[in-house]
Design a protein around this ligand. Structure first.
Ligand SMILES: Cc1cc2nc3c(=O)[nH]c(=O)nc-3n(C[C@H](O)[C@H](O)[C@H](O)COP(=O)(O)O)c2cc1C
Ligand code: SF4
Length: 400
């Protein structure tokens, strides 16, 4: 890991709107080249290279294009985007405007989590101020022909609406169900037009990269995971909150900063992430090791891991959109399996079958929700089998 630990949010301490000014002094291709050279990957979880995404949308032939800021933030244990929008809304809107310039879009849309409706008035006020300062609207900062504005749309209250194609369905006024891909949103997105969907944090960093240059960003973190990252830290630690750390920080280093050194495990990546046990705390939070959108749930020594698994699985049973069988039925079956484990009625053979079902869901589900729903359960079985066995007195195979 390169770069010192940062802790409180800095966002590179950039001067407001210097990124946008720099971007408008370049041609569109050079703006995207800067984003690509920084090595930034999406901060929403999937880790797709932002420069590649912008390039694809820029190359798509269409008179109308859109930039969507994904502010749905439904992943349990994630709250960094709420903090960014509360304290750095200008930076996010600046990043959206830069993206709009780079891909040739005229309209930005913030898809704001329903529960964040209290933020809407603040965000609208920031947008209005930006319009008055000619940072939005026609011929932005006197750049002839560059018109861009941003609207806010409220989310529909389902976790799956954070998945980019379900989000677009929801924006179009339909039920929020994931689409088949391809075609991808960069080609056929909102109302059938090329659309870049980026996480709140990704867009904020894009503005910083244009302000400070790609080399600044690239020097921080690891070779494959560049830059700084925000982490939402909750659970059994002394100092929960939102932290800014370089990519590639080890879990042990992070736990020391947040006062969670005696944890028995950490759930990295929210409900859809996985359990990392204490013996693996030297591993790094990086795309090449343990990737994450930034949710870190610290689990202290007293935590009952089966209860943790149940908690996450109940969430997925509730949030599965029901469109495909592996996810709709699989989440239900895994929850029933967890209940059998709790009652001490799950045979070793059935536990194997549950794990095989989880692996099938990872492969056969249509979208990231079903593909990741078994992760927590599988990693708990992998790392805490003895705790499950001891507590539940698993019935050995052949004796059920
Ligand atoms: C079930 C599900 C929920 C998701 N929720 C969010 C979300 O709340 N915010 C987000 O930025 N990305 C979310 N994503 C990822 C998006 O589909 C998409 O990859 C992301 O918005 C792209 O932005 P990025 O490249 O800047 O990370 C979710 C994915 C899945 C499968
Ligand atoms: S994996 Fe789950 S959430 Fe995704 S489409 Fe299938 S049923 Fe819906």
């Amino acid at each position: 890991m390169n770069g010192t630990l940062v802790g409180p949010l800095t966002f590179g301490s950039v001067e407001p709107n210097s990124g946008l000014k720099n971007a408008l002094g370049k041609n569109r291709a050079d703006v995207i080249a800067d984003i690509s050279a920084s090595g930034i990957k999406g901060r929403g979880g999937a880790g797709f290279p932002t420069g590649v995404k912008w390039n694809l949308a820029a190359a798509a032939k269409d008179d109308r294009k859109f930039v969507v800021c994904n502010a749905d933030e439904g992943e349990p244990g994630t709250f960094k985007d709420r903090v960014i929008l509360s304290e750095y809304a200008d930076l996010v809107f600046e990043g959206m405007t830069i993206a709009g310039y780079a891909i040739g879009a005229t309209q930005g849309i913030v898809y704001l989590r329903g529960e964040y409706s209290y933020l809407r008035a603040l965000l609208e006020a920031v947008l209005e101020k930006r319009r008055q300062q000619n940072l939005l609207g026609e011929d932005i900062l006197k750049k002839k022909g560059f018109h861009f504005d941003i609207a806010i749309r409220m989310g529909s209250g389902a976790y799956v609406c954070g998945e980019e194609t379900a989000l677009i369905e929801s924006l179009e006024g339909h039920r929020g169900e994931p689409r088949n891909r391809p075609p991808f949103p960069v080609d056929t997105g909102f109302m059938g037009h090329p659309t870049v969907v980026n996480n709140v944090e990704t867009l904020a960093w894009a503005a910083c990269i244009l302000a400070k240059g790609p080399e600044w960003f690239k020097k921080i973190g690891t070779e494959k995971s560049t830059g700084l990252k925000l982490f939402s830290v909750s659970g059994d630690c002394a100092r929960p909150g939102v932290y800014e750390f370089p990519m590639g920080i080890t879990i042990a280093q992070l736990l020391k900063e947040v006062g969670g050194e005696n944890a028995k495990a950490v759930q990295v990546g929210g409900a859809s992430g996985r359990i990392v046990p204490a013996k693996e705390f030297e591993r790094t939070l990086a795309y090449e090791d343990i990737p994450t959108g930034g949710s870190i749930i610290v689990l202290g020594p007293q935590r009952d891991m089966l209860h943790v698994a149940r908690n996450f699985m109940e969430f997925f049973v509730e949030e599965s959109c029901g469109q495909c069988t592996p996810c709709r039925e699989g989440t239900q079956k895994l929850l029933e399996g967890i209940e059998l484990l709790e009652q001490g009625k799950c045979s070793t053979r059935y536990l194997h079958e549950l794990c095989a079902l989880g692996e099938t869901m990872q492969l056969a589900s249509k979208c990231g929700l079903g593909q990741s729903a078994p992760n927590a359960f599988l990693s708990i079985v992998q790392h805490f089998r003895e705790e499950l066995m001891g507590r539940n007195n698993l019935i050995p195979a052949g004796k059920e």
